[in-house]
Design a protein around this ligand. Structure first.
Ligand code: FES
Length: 200
């Protein structure tokens, strides 16, 4: 069985492209089918089976949308300029070190990921479970001059950075969850299984 994931593809101006609608076809981004995700049967997925995802075609700045246990899972390839922002721009975050948030031990670091550039998260807001929108651009009109790129939940206005870390003073209580995952090759990831030292 195969499902389709979706990639939000940014062009060159990852940091500066303004969007009005994200997650759909819009200026600077295109949604394209991502056909190489391999999935177990529908019955197995419902039972929570791990899913295998091929990220070999994922490009810098792209967000791949997949599914695991009936939940959206995002895989984002972050360019170096984003990693620099994540490492330094932490003053407005509620839990910058993710001490109160859910992620496997292998992702307990400033980038919340096994590989710094590849971020994987459950795409559900930790407030009441809406799915935040992907807003990688800086200082868009609707989110203000301090916005450095992230995920924005339209339901009640919670913002998260591109490591899924929630900003202070919004309804969402914790950072986005990072699901258990591990790499079986450089470009193939199992969502739903913990990484071990043998994987690294
Ligand atoms: S569900 Fe996201 S802010 Fe309420």
């Amino acid at each position: 069985m195969s499902d389709q994931g979706v990639v939000d593809k940014s062009k060159r101006q990852f940091l500066t492209t303004a969007l009005t609608v994200v997650g759909a076809v819009g200026t600077g981004y295109i949604a394209v089918p991502f056909l190489s995700q391999m999935q177990p049967s529908t019955k197995a997925k419902a039972a929570g089976a791990p899913v295998e995802i091929d990220i070999s075609k994922l490009e810098k700045g792209q967000l791949l949308r997949a599914e695991w246990r009936g939940k959206p899972v995002w895989i984002l390839d972050r360019p170096p300029e984003i990693l620099e922002i994540l490492a330094t721009d932490t003053a407005k975050l509620a839990d910058p070190n993710s001490l109160e948030s859910k992620q496997p031990e292998s992702s307990q670091n400033e980038f919340r990921s096994i590989k710094p550039e590849i971020f994987i998260a459950v795409g559900l807001c930790t407030h009441l479970g809406c799915s935040p929108t992907f807003r990688p651009e800086t200082a868009p009109n609707d989110l203000g001059p301090d916005w450095k790129g992230g995920f924005f939940c339209p339901c009640h206005g919670s913002g998260f950075d591109l490591a899924g870390r929630v900003v202070s003073g919004v309804p969402a209580p914790t950072n986005l969850d990072v699901p258990p995952h591990r790499y079986i090759t450089e470009t193939r990831i199992i969502i739903g299984e913990e990484s071990t030292e043998a994987d690294t």
